[in-house]
Design a binder for this molecule. Sequence first.
Ligand SMILES: [Ca+2]
Length: 488
Amino acid sequence: MNTLKLVKHPRSILRQGGSTWSSKQHKGTVEPVGRIQDEVCLRESKPKRIGRLLTILFAFILGSGLTSCTKSSRPNVVILFADDMGYGDLGCYGHPRIKTPNIDRLADEGIRLTSFVTGSWCVPSRTQLMTGRYMPRVNFNGRTGSDGTGGLPDSEWTLAEALKDAGYKTHMIGKWHLGYKEKRFLPVNQGFDTWFGLPYSNDYMKPWVQTDEPLGLFRGETMVEHPFDQNPLTTRYTKEAVQLIESSGADQPFLLYLAYAMPHLPLAVSDERRGKSNAGFYGDVIEEVDWSIGQVLKALEEKGIAENTLVFFASDNGPWIEMPPRMQQAGNELWHAGSAGPLRGSKGQTYEGGPRVPAMLRWPGKIASGQVSAGLVGMPDIYRTVLTVAGAKLPDHKLDGHDLIPFLTGEAESPPRKEYFYFKGELEALRAGDWKLRTVTGEPELFHMLTDPFERINRAADEPKETKALLARMHEMAKEVGVRVKEL
Ligand SMILES: [Ca+2]
């Protein structure tokens, strides 16, 4: 079995490598693809992969011991998930004041995605991550906040269940938001061995939400703290994450899903970092998330497992710029919401500011460093990719994600996704290739996402053929998943 080797990317090499790629801005070097993928499970049998599969089979016959995935070859998986962080909130995405050196470094050591899309609020986004499917395909009502009776049905094969089944230790820290009213909906009954965190968002209490349900911290199936102080929560989550990494065993890979409460309203930050940024309270909060990620990365390095760990960082949805009146009280200010950068729209909307989020992946030696890609990638692709690298079983039902490994490792120039559907109960928009059609405002809005990624110019009247084709595709998908296209 090949041993994993960290690919070094000295700056001189990074600069030289930058011009040799087209759709992706590769600045690093990539290990030979064959060597990379010897250690990556390939579960699909697409024709283009037949040659590779034959190579793997040949190696197996030769007695190399290479199976489709051996335990020692599989990486740990760390998912770092911010809540309501906007596309423009990080240094590496252009924020002029907030400093995020740790997240910027994570991006620099892997691939940073500039067209990564997901659900435009918590539940559909987390559903996509955990099930690999658009929410309408998952048979539940989505009411998973306080007093909500919904939860992921047993028929779903969660990312955690898949990895646990494949032999991983599975840990979750932080916000779940996919069901809590029945114990079977809780993370520890959805594939996670351990869970410490909140069942839903940190605002589910009076005066923001009219509920008598206590907002408390859970460990396993039990609420262990109520009430609790939100200010040290990011620090506490970080400490738990570092301890889990330090205590991980060499003989068993692990999944760590760290889903921060921040920067969802109401904002909270530890005393250590309050007032420390040069960007106000919101800046303090983002810089604390950045500090936390720095601690996690440091723990991986000190444990000596950084090179054998796939790290994925993203936000679940865009910033709550258009926050409802119920949120504009008790200390919340309009400037406590983040920034979507140049993108139009807000959390909860299907303009890009809602569903397009900062996202990056790092896997030293497998994913070349210093890459930035504008290729279309969706949250369901993360589910599919993580299951693939873990050698986990795929479910029998329809998935909406693609395996990103050929793209991430440089074998493919572009990501496999050709279209992404934006649901908000009903189907509101479709991105297909260079175009996006949105059907919310009473007239079709057609945007050309290469020349107008900010969705300013409606081209529907000039491009009736494209409009008609995308609308037909929307009706097709809406019918498939049992919803309607938002009325024009
Ligand atoms: Ca959210």
